[in-house]
Design a protein around this ligand. Structure first.
Ligand code: SF4
Length: 433
């Protein structure tokens, strides 16, 4: 029997390291089990929440180790891999994920084999080759995977407390036991700060598969609340949105997700509310039209305000997602943001500090955005300060040229000052998410 361990690396600083389900590894294990049955022994090596220093004491021996990594996790993953190589020198190491796709040559030097593109089909090929002692250095899949060919991810590889948690929803629904789900992949937009631009067009699971997964979670885990991790939990196309929302609605659960700020009709908001939606996060990012244009956000602020009002009309709380430190941001951004918040009255605000994540247009072409001195230390990157420890001092991992294509820039000190000022006001108003 071939033993495979999927390494979930030590926590990269999030104050709730178990908040996100490791859905990729669960998907891949489910596919492998379906394909190979008892020829494989599959385990998650879950190091989340364990410090880097202590992670070496939690590394079981396996024939093969899998990794899927983002650039922020790169250092921690490499450290774990080095320890594994020294204590279990015969084992093979196979990696995929965003970082490997961005830096295939470097990654090839580190891992025995790398997987480029989506791994759902390739993982079967990789394991077949390992069983035949013929592991290749690179596997590449350029076409997008048909999500509906595969079963929903089995959660049995995780202990129950790592699947179910309370506090996913707010207010009256805070105590409901819940978990995370993902019913689609991809996003049709191309915001220049976003690293989520890989792997082809948006694809959705069928309503039947959506319903089957939720019914499984209800039966096996007594789940009553869901966090949809989809980039667009209310799909833009009504033809897709209607059956998608109706399928969730038939299960009777409460849920939250995120959606575009523009282009969702009142009818779809009504349907989402009827389907159990309690909160929607909206990525407005900035209330400055110039910045929105520079980052290719393609939203209109007046329409976003109207959308927030429509959500409120149907009892759905709007959570505003904002980023400070984006290109073209004006000096009076705190004032302008508060003005927007007062007019739109969102239920909560998630304020982040900008970081040029590898894979994003800004990180790939910093000079076009007036950016210099981008730190190569990815492991220090934070793009969600709002969700990190309150004691942690915000930092920036780049600076702006003094004069940029849109005029004079702000210093890092000033940007961080604005960020801290608004964060304090949001906390005082109990608006902070
Ligand atoms: S920020 Fe959101 S809308 Fe923009 S590309 Fe990323 S996922 Fe899509």
């Amino acid at each position: 029997m071939l033993s495979i361990g999927f390494v979930l690396p030590p926590d990269i600083g999030n104050f709730k390291p178990f908040r996100s389900q490791p859905l990729t590894s669960l998907y891949l294990f489910t596919i492998l089990e379906q394909e190979f049955g008892d020829k494989l022994s599959l385990s998650l090596i879950d190091l989340r929440g364990i410090s880097r220093e202590n992670s070496r004491y939690y590394l079981p021996e396996m024939d093969v180790y899998f990794y899927t990594l983002m650039s922020q996790e790169y250092r921690n993953v490499c450290e774990v891999k080095d320890v594994l190589c020294s204590v279990y020198p015969e084992a093979k190491h196979v990696a995929g994920g965003v970082h490997v796709n961005l830096f295939p040559e470097d990654s090839s030097q580190i891992f025995d084999s790398i997987v480029l593109g989506e791994g759902d089909e390739t993982v079967v090929e990789v394991v077949n080759d390992i069983l035949n002692s013929d592991l290749k250095p690179v596997y590449q899949k350029s076409e997008s995977v048909d999500l509906n060919r595969y079963p929903y991810p089995d959660r049995k590889y995780l202990p129950v407390p790592a699947v179910v948690e309370t506090g996913l929803l707010a207010g009256d629904y805070e105590d409901l036991p819940g978990t995370s789900v993902l019913f689609s992949r991809g996003c049709p937009f191309r915001c220049s700060f976003c690293a989520n631009v890989n792997f082809g067009p948006t694809r959705f699971r069928t309503p039947e598969l959506i319903e089957a997964e939720i019914e499984y979670l209800k039966k096996e885990y007594k789940v009553e609340a869901l966090a949809l991790k989809d980039d667009n939990a209310i799909p833009i196309s009504e033809k897709i949105a209607r059956p998608f929302l109706e399928a969730i609605g038939r299960t009777g659960l409460k849920w939250r997700g995120q959606s575009r700020a523009n282009g969702i009709s009142e009818e779809m908001v009504r349907l989402a509310a009827e389907a159990g939606c309690t909160d929607i996060g909206i990525g407005i990012e900035s209330v400055c039209p110039q910045t929105l244009k520079i980052i290719n956000k393609k939203i209109e602020l007046e329409k976003a305000k109207q959308y927030i009002r429509t959500l409120r009309k149907y009892g759905i709380g709007a959570r505003l997602h904002l980023i400070f430190g984006l290109p073209g941001e004006p000096d009076d951004i705190v004032y302008r943001t508060l003005e927007f918040i007062d007019e739109a009255e969102p239920k909560s605000v998630l304020l982040n500090l900008f970081c040029p994540l590898p894979g994003s247009d800004i990180a790939q072409n910093p000079e076009s955005f007036g950016i210099r001195n981008v730190s190569p230390d990815w492991h220090d990157y934070r793009n969600l300060y709002a969700r990190f420890d309150r004691e942690e001092q915000p930092q920036m991992w780049f600076e702006y040229e003094e004069t940029t294509p849109w005029g004079e820039s702000m210093s890092n000190e000033r940007i961080i000052g604005n960020y801290s000022e608004l964060q304090t006001i949001l906390r005082e108003r109990n608006l902070n998410f």
